[in-house]
Design a protein around this ligand. Structure first.
Ligand code: ZN
Length: 416
């Protein structure tokens, strides 16, 4: 199923009425030099960024039937720079390019719009890129609208964050998700046949994220991943699958995502080379060139790999959160309602009293992967082993030394 930009926008309007109203008001008042839209990316910020660009660049104030609005929606308007990191973080070079472009006059309209995905990567660890952007934010040209998108806004350099008007997109309530799925034409009968869930079940499983709800309803990657991981985690917890098998499953998903991204990059770069002179081609293919083919391909492959790993960890978290909810008797909080019988069994086992520790372990693994300094295979392997041990009641929570300072070796062995 393909979802056009219009449906995405309509769905965001339905799902996030308050945030979208705030944005319309900021635009009306002309207070939109720098906006920070925070929340899960599937919960509306991306659609809102599109809306801001259309309102700013369209001569008719963003009526989305016109040619300008159409080109903005397809990201092919010359006054719209939509920048996403090629690797994990926005690179200094990308910010330099933005600064250079925004110094010039707009091509067509009266303004330029810069949308920065993963703006939370402009953190203390990536200060030089952040400081470069800061200069542009400090000297408002009046003609540039910056839209920063971030899942974890707290990571952003405070000097940048304080210069932005922040609009928060909270997790979308289930009822709004169901409504948003309906208005974008999702057919309940087809979905039920494909997924075994009604729209409410899908909304729960999507955990407030509209993009994820669409993916699950469509039965594609997200739905397959969810099935793979929830079944795998259940089997590991029940002792019918080795934790290393679950780790392999995760690593092979990550490998496939990485290969797919590399193939996509390769096709794109082949096309770019068609119009290059021999000399340009030589530079582009130089192995040492940071902007060259090889390094860019590997950055993109790594980004896809890490994103898949994080998505897999999110599924494992979902399983354990359900166990925790059932162990605490709060069945309404269960997200994967189609698997509730399995998680109920787990909640009644030792896993029920270890769910918080398991969620901690998953969070730890996620932050190690995020900060680039962990071997992925080792991290995932150690995590699945730890989760298996927790589920079987072989260990209690590891000793915690305070946030961010836990050691993987700090287990407390349970003799009971
Ligand atoms: Zn328009």
């Amino acid at each position: 199923m393909t979802i056009g930009p219009d449906t995405v926008l309509d769905a965001a309007l339905v799902a996030q009425p308050r945030a979208m109203r705030t944005i319309e008001r900021l635009l009306d008042e002309g207070r939109c030099h720098a906006m920070l839209l925070s929340g899960a990316m599937g919960s509306g910020p991306t659609a809102a960024a599109l809306r801001i660009a259309q309102r700013t660049l369209c001569p008719n104030g963003g009526d989305d039937d016109c040619d300008v609005c159409g080109r903005v929606a397809r990201h092919v308007h010359p006054d719209l720079m939509w920048v996403a990191p090629e690797g994990n973080d926005l690179a200094k070079q990308q910010i330099d390019d933005i600064v250079e472009t925004t110094i010039r006059m707009p091509f067509e309209g009266v303004a330029q719009v810069v949308v920065l995905e993963r703006a939370d990567s402009l953190s203390f660890d990536n200060r030089s890129a952040g400081n470069t952007l800061l200069k542009s934010l400090e000297e408002p040209e009046g003609r540039v609208v910056f839209v920063l998108l971030a899942t974890s806004p707290a990571r952003i350099l405070p000097t940048i964050r304080s210069r932005c008007v922040e609009v928060v997109f909270p997790a979308i309530p289930d009822a709004h998700l169901v409504e948003a799925l309906r208005i974008s034409g999702v057919d309940e009968g087809t979905v039920a046949a494909a997924t075994g869930m009604d729209l409410h079940g899908i909304a729960r499983a999507a955990r407030g994220d509209l993009a994820r709800a669409h993916e699950i309803a469509a039965g594609d990657t997200a739905a397959q991943r969810r099935g793979d991981l929830l079944v795998g985690m259940h089997q590991v917890a029940a002792g019918s699958m080795a934790p290393s098998q679950l780790a392999n499953r995760i690593m092979s998903r990550a490998g496939a995502a990485s290969d797919a991204a590399a193939a996509l990059a390769s096709a794109e770069f082949d096309e770019m080379e068609l119009v290059m002179s021999d000399r340009e081609k030589k530079t582009f293919n130089a192995k040492t060139n940071d902007d060259g083919r090889e390094k860019r391909t590997s950055r993109r492959a790594r980004k896809a790999r890490v994103a898949e790993l994080h998505a897999c960890l999110a599924e494992l978290s979902g399983w354990w959160r359900d166990v925790l909810a059932l162990a605490n008797g709060t069945e309404v909080a269960v997200t994967n309602v189609d698997r509730i019988d399995q998680t109920r069994a787990a909640a009644a086992s030792p896993a029920g009293t270890r769910a918080v520790a398991a969620l901690d372990a998953i969070d730890d693994a996620a932050s190690r992967l995020h900060f680039n300094n962990a071997d992925e295979g080792v991290t995932i392997g150690a995590l699945t082993a730890e989760l298996a041990a927790l589920a079987a009641g072989r260990i209690r929570a590891r000793r915690t030394l305070g946030a961010g300072a836990r050691t993987p070796q700090g287990y407390e062995l349970s003799l009971g």
